[in-house]
Design a protein around this ligand. Structure first.
Ligand SMILES: *Cc1c(COP(=O)(O)O)cnc(C)c1O
Length: 448
């Protein structure tokens, strides 16, 4: 059977509000053509992010009622700890309010000015938290990832030769840890192979440098390994995930991604002295080590989510549905970052709208048109977000987990192909107002 069906049925629904193209044109004008400034009530399909936007299951909601809100030693903490230990075997499990809190605590403990932290590609909060300590965040992506149109199975990995050169150049004393982001979010949601995880781990161990996974999408990565890496076809996603974790000394995790939770994160390590230092910092800003800034009910939702995310039926549907969106637009001439990633499709707007130069923000133009035409919210990842450092002009369509059905995805495909047919009419934008930092969240535009 070819038809993709959601491996769940719907028990509680949330109505979507339709708006007319005329209403949306007015909302756009009022928001200065910045989709972050449009009220969510005026969005039909929201593909801004897959973070914290998942639909929880009946089991998760039931578990929330069982949440133990004790300040210290909560039963819910032990339930989460058991679930994380079973999956990762890490010896110390520290809850945090989201992924970036785990990052801040880890880097504050390990990094100092003059240090260098290598990663396949740092996520933006990861980079910011490394650099806030005075250390330098360095990306070592595979050379093949530079070409958005190349078709490699594991374009998200780290260049291991470049890592060896970096260690030779700086010395191991200047490298407090090595990180690998799975899947590679900033690198188009591309997966990392088990062989690459193993190779990076071997280099780290040889030089006695701690090796951490930024494992926000560990389950999607495990599914790609099962589909694409020889030898894993008969492995369960859980067994693959356990093997991924076995190569690392610890991890940072955002439960807003592959744990179906709306909030939460984790910091794990095998190092007892480091764990103690981390808990001391945690108490200062997040809370007591058995809740880490979360309610007991949140800990319950994460514990259940970590099991549900590894359901093979769910992962098969998840990856197939994202691939379906990618293939249906790419095979009709809309260039995307190939091959389709796990959590999002990235349209290469620079290629799609060659008549709009970089400095007139082609991906922003496409984002505005997709909203005006069909009420769909996406996000520019290009020169608006990164200024002159942008490598590509991308439009990201991130898919919230278990939220939209296959017919919603068909609607998105249809909307994009309708815009494709008249894409030469799209025009560029100029920025009329912008703040000093992170301008994409609040700047205003004017159409040309
Ligand atoms: C989302 C994300 C983070 C940060 O997690 P938050 O929960 O948003 O703070 C870190 N790394 C990667 C790869 C992410 O996708």
């Amino acid at each position: 059977m070819q038809t993709i069906i959601e491996p769940f049925r719907i028990k509680s629904v949330e109505p979507l509000r339709k708006t007319t193209p005329g209403e949306r044109a007015a909302f756009l004008e009022k928001a200065g053509y910045n989709l972050f400034l449009i009220d969510a009530d005026n969005i039909l399909i929201d593909l801004l992010t897959d973070s914290g936007t998942s639909a929880m299951s009946t089991e998760q909601w039931a578990a929330m009622m069982r949440g133990d809100e004790s300040y210290a030693g909560s039963r819910s903490y032990f339930r989460l700890k058991t679930a994380v230990e079973d999956l990762t075997a890490f010896r110390h499990v520290i809850p945090t309010h989201q992924g970036r809190a785990a990052e801040r605590i880890l880097f504050t403990c390990l990094c100092k000015p003059g240090d260098v932290v290598p990663n396949n590609t740092h996520f933006d909060t990861t980079r910011a938290n490394v650099e806030f300590t005075g250390a330098k965040a360095l990306d070592l992506p595979l050379a093949e990832s530079a070409d958005t149109q190349s078709q490699g199975p594991f374009k998200g990995g780290m260049d291991v030769d470049a890592l060896e050169r970096l260690i030779a150049e700086h010395g191991r004393e200047r490298i407090p840890l090595i990180m690998l982001t799975v899947t590679n979010n900033s690198g188009g949601g591309q997966p990392v192979s088990m062989a690459n995880i193993e190779a990076v781990s071997a280099v780290a161990r040889r030089h006695q440098i701690p090796f951490y996974l930024d494992c926000c999408r560990f389950a999607e990565n495990a599914w790609f390994i099962r589909e694409r890496e020889p030898g894993y076809q008969n492995w369960s996603p859980k067994r693959i995930a356990r093997r991924m974790f076995s190569f690392a000394d610890g991890c940072t995790f955002s439960a807003k991604k592959d744990a179906f939770a709306n909030i939460g994160g984790l910091l794990c390590t095998n190092d007892p002295a480091l764990a103690q230092q981390e808990k001391n910092l945690l108490i200062l800003t997040e809370g007591f080590p058995t809740y880490g800034g979360l309610a007991g009910r949140d800990l319950e939702a994460i514990a259940i989510g970590l099991e549900e995310i590894l359901d093979p039926d769910y992962l098969e549907y998840r990856i197939a549905s994202t691939r379906y969106l990618g293939r249906h637009i790419a095979d009709h001439g809309v260039p995307i970052v190939e091959p389709p990633g796990g959590h999002a499709i990235y349209i290469d707007a620079g290629r799609f709208l060659p008549h709009i130069p970089k400095h007139e923000f082609p991906a922003q133009s496409l984002a505005v048109e997709l909203y005006r035409h069909a009420g769909i919210r996406s996000v520019e990842i290009g020169s608006v977000m990164f200024g002159e450092h942008a490598r590509n002009e991308l439009l990201r369509l991130a898919i919230p987990r278990r939220v939209y059905t296959q017919s919603h995805i068909d609607y998105v495909v249809e909307a994009i192909l309708e815009i494709e047919a008249r894409k030469s009419e799209l025009r560029g934008y100029v920025i009329t107002e912008q703040p000093e930092f992170l301008r994409h969240f609040s700047c205003r535009f004017r159409p040309l």
